[in-house]
Design a protein around this ligand. Structure first.
Ligand SMILES: [Zn+2]
Length: 405
């Protein structure tokens, strides 16, 4: 508790400092992630007011400044699952603070396949959390992954078969009611009965539709894209271990220009060659990094029981031995930024685009994902050490929410 009051005290102090410094363009300084040149960023009322290029060197060399990371698929962190039926505001605060520490300024708490009552309760609980303005600032909405996905082993991944069902618009409306219309992204399987009219209705109501945990044919996928689906959820995962080399759902998603792809570049979910290939096909504009972190992420390796399932947490990943599949990721999105640069040799500018700008654009979060006048001042200051991002400071809506020192 003492640490916490210190933390809030710090925020308060900075806020006073920020107010006093409102007109001082030297507030935030760093090497701009776009070109590595030193800049100073002026923040007024939580928004970026001005970006000034500096002619002199920075007082702290090697510190980059970029827009905050945006993770559109994260199931939990540090022992807290967003699907927990006893989720509290305190837990959400702990998770959000832990994510700020990793440079994540916005995220979509992701809830996966469960029975009707549990999903309903999850959205009621998550919505309650949004009443806390500071946490709410970092949560632009929720991601529902399932339950309208493929029930086939392998494609369903770690989702529980007994709760998988065909798309049901009436049921989804009940979830949206509980969530006060904050479900902004849904992952569905396009081959499920009724999927295409369901996608139509989602798009009509402003929900972004992603294809995932499916074994759709090229025709299913094309119909889904025509209906407005715009993303593939963690491409290359949520797929059976053995697939036909010609006829499988990966090729038609890669070849369809209407689909961006999200990928888990943690080094375990996909091989380097897969990451490289997906990136070469989809490019900077249509590749999105996600963590897909689960509640065990951030905890010490070992065997854990969750919802009655035995899970194995290693240094890198969470495994689900019963189904011989990966259960989820154990690393935050900041690690994926370092990895994708290593795997593909892309620039820092490109990696940040995939972890911030692209998810903001996909989700229509027009005030986020870029450093430009008028955007919300969600900024991260970081160094790169041994190819990894080391977050020094995280700023949300102009407030310092994490500082390493
Ligand atoms: Zn999944």
């Amino acid at each position: 508790m003492r640490m916490k009051s210190f933390f809030y005290g710090f925020i308060l102090l900075f806020s006073i400092y920020a107010c006093a410094e409102k007109n001082d363009a030297d507030g935030i300084e760093g090497l701009l992630y776009l070109d590595g040149k030193p800049v100073s960023i002026e923040v007024v009322d939580g928004k970026i007011a001005n970006i000034k290029h500096l002619s002199s060197d920075l007082s702290t060399p090697g510190v980059y400044v970029a827009p905050g990371l945006i993770d559109i698929q994260i199931n939990g962190y540090m022992g807290v699952s967003f699907g927990d039926q006893n989720l509290t505001i305190e837990q959400m605060r702990e998770v959000t603070e832990a994510l700020w520490k990793e440079g994540v300024t916005s995220y979509l708490p992701t809830v996966t396949t469960r029975d009707h009552e549990r999903l309903l309760k999850s959205f009621l609980l998550l919505t309650m959390v949004m009443d806390d303005e500071e946490i709410g600032n970092s949560i632009p909405g929720f991601h529902l992954e399932g339950p309208y996905i493929s029930p086939v082993k392998g494609f369903r991944g770690a989702h529980s078969e007994k709760y998988i069902r065909p798309p049901d618009w009436n049921e989804f409306q009940q979830f949206q009611k509980a969530a006060q219309n904050r479900i902004v992204l849904i992952t569905v399987a396009p081959e499920m009965e009724g999927a295409i009219p369901f996608i139509d209705k989602c798009i009509e109501s402003g929900v972004v539709v992603s294809l995932g945990h499916h074994n759709g044919t090229p025709e299913d996928i094309e119909r889904a894209v025509d209906a407005g689906a715009s993303l593939s959820t963690h491409l290359g995962n949520g797929c059976a271990n053995m697939i036909n080399r010609h006829n499988n759902p990966i090729w038609p998603q890669l070849s369809n220009d209407g689909l961006s792809v999200s990928i888990i570049a943690d080094g375990s979910h996909l091989t380097k060659e897969e990451v490289r290939t997906f990136y070469k096909v989809k490019g900077n504009e249509q590749t999105i990094l996600v963590s897909d972190a689960v509640s065990l992420a951030g905890l010490p390796p070992g065997e854990y029981i969750e919802d009655g399932d035995t899970l194995l947490l290693t240094e890198d990943v969470v495994k689900f031995p019963t189904e011989d599949v990966l259960y989820g990721a154990a690393q935050p999105i900041s690690r994926c930024v370092g990895n994708i640069m290593k795997f593909t040799q892309c620039s820092l500018k490109d990696a940040i685009q995939m972890a911030s700008t692209n998810p903001a654009r996909l989700m229509g979060l027009n005030n986020l994902g870029e450093i430009a006048p008028g955007k919300r001042a969600d900024l991260i200051l970081f160094t790169i050490e041994d190819g990894e991002m080391v977050i020094q400071k995280t700023i949300v809506a102009g407030k310092v929410v994490y500082s390493k020192d």
